[in-house]
Design a protein around this ligand. Structure first.
Ligand code: HMG
Ligand code: MG
Length: 315
């Protein structure tokens, strides 16, 4: 039987915008986050404390986070969250940090949750964060210690859980090894990233079966990019294996600057539609979310990519 509720982690303001050809100004990023919270999202990834030379789109993340925290969006009618603990509670604004330097900057901006990001593929690790997987875990252990000392929650990502843009197929046991290492260093939640969207329900299931031998389902999140249109199916396969946290980006924004050709994350509105149909609470208002998809897509000069957004607009 399905869970009563799931939690959607909205990654549009980070994963979505990091891949746009031009950086969006801080004020527009703050506005996007406020609209997402207004639609009922309770976890909204607000930015990344990475090198602005590498990812200029995320420059200004300190200002984005500080502004959102200083003037929090009002609580919404999305207290459907009250129905189930997972979607209740205060809004959380995780940010990416690749090292201690990023952690210190995030802490100074007021971060209450930070996310370290590892990969299951050596080549991707090198290209993305300029170090090996093992070196990255050493850095993350330092971040984990500092986060624990500061009372900051820690999330961890594993990229390339189904395939790598440079190495091709990635073995489930490689994913499980990195997920176990992130759990061991203190990550409360580990998000499994199909960075290039080459996974399908079968390969995702095999990957999850390996990971679940190391980390329980309640500590895992699915983070699926929709390059080949399989992301919703992959979410469904993960739900069947007991996952209840899923990352998504409004309007299907997203991609990774170090994963050429990768498309956006699964659209948040697609997940809200899917879970709504299954009778699983998300606490998110579909109409308000689609309005936000239209708003950000218009701001970026296009129409919302998702079919759910188009269908809702047409009705
Ligand atoms: P590096 O070049 O190895 O770093 O970068 P370094 O330690 O030698 O420092 C070089 C320069 O970077 C120095 O500045 C540092 O101050 C600066 P300079 O002296 O040249 O002026 N620096 C920083 N600046 C700001 N914030 C920092 C920071 N650290 C060093 N935290 C580093 C290593 C990881 C920083 C770099 O490679 C980087 O920023 N990479 C960007 C990675 C990234 O943001 N990728 C996209 C997100 S991951 C993703 O999208 C996947 C995910 O969605 C899941 C999935 O889909 O699979 C999460
Ligand atoms: Mg991603």
């Amino acid at each position: 039987s399905w869970p009563a509720a799931v939690r959607i982690v909205e990654v549009g303001p980070r994963d979505g915008l990091q891949n746009e050809p031009f950086p969006l100004p801080v004020a527009a990023r703050v506005e996007l986050i406020r609209r997402l919270v207004g639609a009922g999202l309770k976890s909204v990834e607000a930015g990344a404390f990475v090198s602005p030379k590498r990812v200029p789109q995320m420059d200004g993340s300190a200002a984005v986070l500080a502004r959102v925290l200083a003037d929090p969006p009002p609580p919404t009618g999305a207290t459907a969250g009250a129905v189930a603990g997972v979607v209740a509670g205060a809004v959380d604004y995780p940010v990416l940090v690749p090292n201690l330097q990023g952690f210190e900057a995030a802490l100074a901006a007021g971060a209450q949750t930070v996310a370290v990001f590892a990969a299951a593929s050596e080549t991707f690790s090198r290209r993305n964060i300029n170090c090996s997987i093992a070196e990255s875990l050493v850095r993350f252990r330092a971040v984990a210690g500092a986060a624990r000392a500061a009372g900051v929650k820690l999330r961890g990502y594993v990229s390339c859980v189904a395939g790598c843009p440079y190495e091709g197929a990635v073995a489930p046991r490689a994913v499980a090894g990195v997920a176990a290492a992130l759990r061991a260093l203190g990550c409360d939640e580990i998000s499994l990233g199909d960075t290039i969207g080459t996974g399908n329900p079968d390969s995702i299931r095999r990957m999850l079966e390996a990971v679940l031998r190391e980390v329980p389902a309640e500590r895992l999140a699915g983070h699926y990019h929709d390059t080949y249109g399989m992301a919703v199916a992959n979410v469904y396969a993960s739900l069947e294996l007991g996952l209840t946290v899923f990352d998504a980006a409004v309007g299907g924004l997203g991609g990774c600057p170090y994963a050429p050709g990768a498309a956006g994350n699964v659209a948040t509105e697609e997940l809200v539609w899917l879970f709504g149909g299954l009778g699983i609470a998300t606490g998110v208002d579909l109409e308000a979310l689609v309005d936000t998809a239209v708003w950000i897509s218009t701001r970026l000069g296009r129409a919302p990519a998702s079919r759910v957004a188009r269908a809702v607009l047409a009705r």
